[in-house]
Ligand binder design. Structure first.
Ligand code: 5GP
Ligand code: ZN
Length: 140
């Protein structure tokens, strides 16, 4: 895609700090460095978000995650964990619309990135819970 910043990075048209590349994916440091070593993994093909992946592209991208994550930890021995984050859609905080996976090494719970889920368990019945699951299952 001509006007996509990550396509330009993949093509080498704008500089990046490359971590890994093969025929299907490209991984490079996120300029924000939420924590030291924060890396983005992208498919070379331009797709906007996860919903545009077929199974083959999903295998291409997600099969590379473990070895890149291991390398980030090996290169940063003080990191003790990894958050994998993938934003899809503006409402989900996606700002670059070439699909990408954030790999964020964690040095402490207080640093760089926070995850917090609401627990709404009190607000629905068991029937509503099952009905929600069935509605999704019917679409797969
Ligand atoms: P999103 O919010 O879409 O999940 O994440 C987009 C990420 O891309 C942000 O964390 C931002 O720092 C990163 N980013 C945006 N432009 C560039 C760039 O030109 N080079 C690199 N390496 N990262 C970028
Ligand atoms: Zn692109």
């Amino acid at each position: 895609m001509t006007d996509c910043i990550f396509c330009k990075i993949v093509a080498g048209e704008i500089p990046s700090a490359k971590v890994y590349e093969d025929d299907k994916v490209y991984a490079f440091l996120d300029t924000s460095q939420a924590t030291e070593g924060h890396t983005l993994l992208v498919p070379k093909v331009h797709v906007e978000n996860l919903m545009e992946y077929d199974e083959s592209l999903a295998a291409d991208v997600f099969s590379r995650l473990p070895k890149i994550s291991r390398a980030i930890l090996a290169a940063n021995p003080e990191a003790k964990g990894i958050n994998v984050l993938n934003n899809n859609g503006e409402v989900a905080y996606q700002t670059v619309f070439h699909s990408h996976i954030h790999i964020i090494p964690r040095y402490s719970k207080e640093e760089g990135f926070a995850v917090s889920f609401a627990n709404n368990q009190e607000s629905y019945t068991q029937e509503a819970f099952q009905e929600r699951a069935q509605r999704i299952a019917a679409e797969i």
